[in-house]
Design a protein around this ligand. Structure first.
Ligand SMILES: [Fe+2]
Length: 141
């Protein structure tokens, strides 16, 4: 199942970022579903591995765009990224310790935090990127 972001639910108005955010949110949804369904720890751990790897790659791509287009708020935005990665890693530690209640609670908090980040800092970044003249052409699919 794929979802589409709108301005109301987190679109930043910049397609490349929106599609990566959709994957992030879907991975978090899959995590919640797996925990709620009482799936095996190994499966949950695998989803968390994917979420961490994907989130790292996505943040790198955002940070590259910020560098390429001399985004003035690179430092503060990157600090939030670092903080989010720490949160996902601590979620994985909780999960590995078998603390399912905490995993669910932290997973929900993480989802809210990620949406706040997307609607806040990423929205500002998307608006900034849209205003740049010499933007890279969209990748043809
Ligand atoms: Fe971001």
């Amino acid at each position: 199942m794929t979802m589409s972001l709108t301005t109301d639910n987190g679109s930043v108005g910049f397609e490349a970022l929106d599609s990566e955010h959709e994957v992030q949110i879907e991975l978090i949804n899959a995590l919640r579903q797996a925990v709620e369904q009482g799936q095996k720890g190994a499966l949950i751990d695998e989803i968390l591995d994917q979420l961490i790897a994907y989130t790292n790659a996505h943040f790198m791509s955002e940070q590259l765009l910020m560098r390429l287009y001399a985004y003035p708020f690179y430092e503060s935005h990157t600090q939030e990224h670092d903080h989010l990665i720490e949160q996902v890693q601590s979620l994985q530690e909780r999960c590995r310790a078998g603390d399912i209640a905490m995993t669910l609670q932290t997973g929900s908090a993480l989802r809210e935090w990620l949406l706040d980040h997307i609607k806040g800092l990423d929205y500002s970044l998307g608006s900034y990127l849209n205003k740049q003249d010499s933007f890279l052409p969209p990748i043809q699919t």
